[in-house]
Design a protein around this ligand. Structure first.
Ligand SMILES: NC(=O)c1ccc[n+]([C@@H]2O[C@H](COP(=O)([O-])OP(=O)(O)OC[C@H]3O[C@@H](n4cnc5c(N)ncnc54)[C@H](OP(=O)(O)O)[C@@H]3O)[C@@H](O)[C@H]2O)c1
Length: 225
């Protein structure tokens, strides 16, 4: 059975994907800054009331982007190159693994990333009413996504660090990761880079479920239509 490694699995779309992946019985590994957001396991005996109290009183929280006083760059994020950095580090880590264990080269992983609309050089995929928001307000995070996509495209396929790649470009995300929040992945309008499905918003739960259905379950063989 295939096994999956998820980065960013405490958040939105990827967390929804993780829930479906685990529910379906696949093996998954996650890298998280705060693992307790996913699951915390306390060692203890149910006959010990202190162990039960520790387990019941566990809480956590987290943050992301901030607004700043700039007309050209009103939205900034704590690490403006987080996606490119994560991709570079993943490629470097894989290359070190291949070097230390040459047999792993025969079983390279495929990579799937969540990018965004507004980064295509091929076709406009942002609805007219959202273009100022995307082209100006979100320019910095989108440059980061563009670089991430470039690195992945350059490093996937024959001779690359990844066996293959899937780049998912959702429109404006709504809702949280709760898998009950969406409309269901089958109702999504999905296009390709040369024929994008232009839309306004998409629920995180639906994006996560789409990735589960079209990538996790198929082993990366995305089907359209
Ligand atoms: N907002 C939109 O409308 C929109 C539209 C299109 C695409 N996107 C992109 O879609 C992607 C998914 O968005 P989302 O809202 O579903 O996710 P999200 O809720 O923002 O979750 C982000 C995840 O990344 C993790 N993360 C961030 N920095 C990290 C670091 N340095 N090391 C390890 N983990 C780190 C977070 O972990 P913690 O729990 O530790 O914070 C969290 O699990 C994002 O890349 C977003 O930019 C967003």
């Amino acid at each position: 059975m295939n096994s999956y490694c998820l980065f960013g699995a405490t958040g939105g779309c990827t967390n929804a994907c993780l829930v479906h992946t685990l529910n379906a019985g696949f093996h998954a590994t996650a890298l998280a800054r705060t693992p307790s957001k996913l699951l915390t396991i306390f060692k203890g005996n149910i006959a010990d009331i202190h162990a039960i109290k520790d387990t019941l009183s566990n809480h956590d929280a987290g943050t992301t982007g901030t607004m700043q006083m700039s007309l050209r760059r009103p939205v900034t994020i704590d690490n403006q190159e987080i996606c490119a950095t994560a991709t570079k580090n993943t490629i470097k880590a894989l290359q070190e693994i291949y070097k230390a264990q040459p047999s792993t080269v025969l079983n390279k992983p495929s990579i799937t990333v969540i990018s965004t609309t507004d980064v295509s050089d091929v076709k406009e995929d942002v609805p007219f009413a959202f273009r100022i928001l995307y082209h100006v307000v979100l320019a910095d995070p989108h440059n980061d996504k563009k670089e991430m996509e470039r690195l992945i495209t350059e490093n996937a396929g024959n001779g690359g660090s990844f066996r293959g790649s899937v780049i998912v470009r959702p429109s404006l995300l709504t809702g949280d990761q709760s898998v009950k929040g969406g409309q269901g992945w089958e109702k999504l309008r999905v296009g390709r880079e040369d024929e994008p499905a232009v839309g306004y918003t998409v629920h995180r739960a639906d994006v996560g479920q789409w990735i589960f259905e079209q990538v996790v379950k198929t082993g990366g063989k995305v089907r359209f239509g």
